[in-house]
Design a protein around this ligand. Structure first.
Ligand code: CA
Length: 465
């Protein structure tokens, strides 16, 4: 089994696909991340099953939906005693396992990382500058910028590993998470230019559910801490919204620039050490983000910019260079994919499927044509996003705001009126028009509702409609 590939999983936090060159970004350049697309595969339809940090990380490690792994909200913790964790299974199969950077699944006792030969993680969200980190249970302070430090630690671990064993290495960046504090190197990037405005910056949510209208994620909800300045006085509403967008997006993209540097350094290391051929390198983010789209920042909603995860994979032995796939993959599928590459069986408890065939460019005939999504933090105190679940196919997206918190941690007990949304993604890729009540879509509603029921049965989630 000496030829089992290494797996190097680079994940940033809140890096939306539309801020990556390879995904056609209009607002920034990411030459090093783009190299993975050029030398490997770009997935156009990779999605998270719950668009928020902690649950996405739990889905990635367990291969399970939130109602099964128990991590539904930001307040839930992953129980490290669980046997079904991808790093544990790979370690048992002879891999060296390590995680460096953001963990965000809890700390202390059962919540500390398990199944790793080495771990060095930020406490909670961690800091951008001079962060504390917890190395194998011991708190240490590091000087410098967090993305550089995580890159240094990643390279240090690679340098010191046992070269006789394959590895599974998670390099988990904190950036570009709120409050978007750039490193010194990129502090003045874009200073002399305006970033193009998103097409949906002025969305008025006219046809949509109340959930969209009441969410507190608009440019106007950005704080002075987020923007690092107070808006100039005497601006019109439109002028101030644009000012806020520019302040926000420039810092966000400056943080992305450091992540891109990090990917470049890591790829250079693999080249210089003869590791490029036998290492599966993945670049992704724990979920997407609204970059002024719909007038918003943040994520949580099942709308496309938040639902989509960038996913670029390079493995020269198997993945044809410069390829693109439209197959649907979710973060529940990552763990089964890693196990498949390691030649290990996928436990029946995992709900995802291996994407190895897709990455080879051989999409199986029976490949999944829809995905199931659920966001649980009903009316969370900061963003006021309503809980919802839904289904996305290649053509449609059906969302049900079921109006309850069901006692989840971090959710409100205040009920709201249930509402449905349907989007025709072929005719309305920007999701501006809810066609749920349009008689022309009655058949689509019937089909999609049936598909949603089917997925809830398949994954064992309890319907609320
Ligand atoms: Ca995140």
């Amino acid at each position: 089994m000496a030829d089992r590939p290494n797996i190097l999983f680079i994940m940033s936090d809140d890096h939306a696909a539309h801020a990556i060159g390879a995904y056609g970004s209009r607002i920034n350049r990411t030459p090093h991340i783009d190299r993975l697309a050029r030398e490997g595969m770009r997935l156009n339809h990779c999605y998270c099953t719950n668009s928020i940090c902690t649950p996405s990380r739990a889905a990635i490690l367990t291969g399970q939906h939130a109602h099964v792994n128990g991590v539904r909200t930001l307040a839930d913790r992953l129980d490290g005693r669980r046997p079904i964790l991808v790093q544990k299974l790979l370690r048992e199969a002879g891999y060296q396992t390590a995680i460096v950077g953001k963990w965000h699944l809890g700390h202390g006792g059962e919540a500390d990382p398990t199944g790793f030969d080495y771990w060095n993680v930020l406490p909670g969200q961690g800091l951008y500058h001079d962060p504390d980190m917890i190395e194998m249970g011991e708190k240490k302070n590091y000087s410098g910028y967090v993305s550089d430090i995580i890159s240094d630690l990643t390279l240090d671990w690679l340098e010191g590993r046992d070269p006789e064993k394959p590895f599974l290495l998670f390099c988990h960046h904190k950036a570009p998470h709120r409050p978007w504090e750039p490193g010194e190197k990129y502090a003045s990037l874009y200073a002399e230019e305006d970033i193009p405005l998103p097409e949906t910056l002025w969305d008025d949510y006219a046809t949509r559910a109340e959930a969209a209208r009441v969410a507190r994620m608009r440019m106007e909800d950005l704080t002075e801490r987020d923007l690092k300045a107070a808006p100039p006085e005497n601006l019109s509403f439109e002028e101030e919204r644009i000012w806020r967008y520019q302040r926000y997006i420039k810092d966000y993209l400056r943080c992305c620039a450091s992540i891109d540097d990090s990917v470049g350094r890591i790829l250079d290391y693999l080249d210089a050490n003869g590791l490029a051929e036998n290492t599966l390198v993945i670049y992704t983010s724990d979920q997407g983000f609204f970059l002024g789209d719909h007038g918003w920042f943040d994520k949580r909603f099942m709308y496309e910019q938040s639902l989509q995860m960038p996913f670029l994979a390079r493995f020269p032995r198997e993945i044809p260079a410069g390829t693109v796939s439209d197959a649907i993959l979710t973060n529940n599928d990552f763990a089964p994919t890693f196990l498949d590459y390691a030649g290990s069986p996928v436990p029946a408890e995992m709900q995802g499927v291996s994407g190895r065939g897709v990455l080879c460019g051989e999409k199986p005939a029976s490949w999944q044509t829809s995905l199931y999504y659920r966001y649980w933090m009903h009316k969370d105190s900061e963003h006021n996003v309503y809980s919802h679940y839904g289904v996305r196919t290649h053509r449609y997206k059906l969302i049900y705001y079921y109006g309850k918190g069901f006692g989840c941690k971090g959710a409100s007990d205040e009920d709201t009126e249930p509402e449905w949304e349907l989007f025709d993604l072929t005719n309305d890729p920007l999701e501006m028009t809810n066609v749920y009540a349009d008689p022309a879509y009655a058949e689509a509603v019937r089909e999609l509702t049936g598909e949603l029921d089917q997925l809830q049965k398949k994954f064992g989630d309890v319907p609320a409609h």
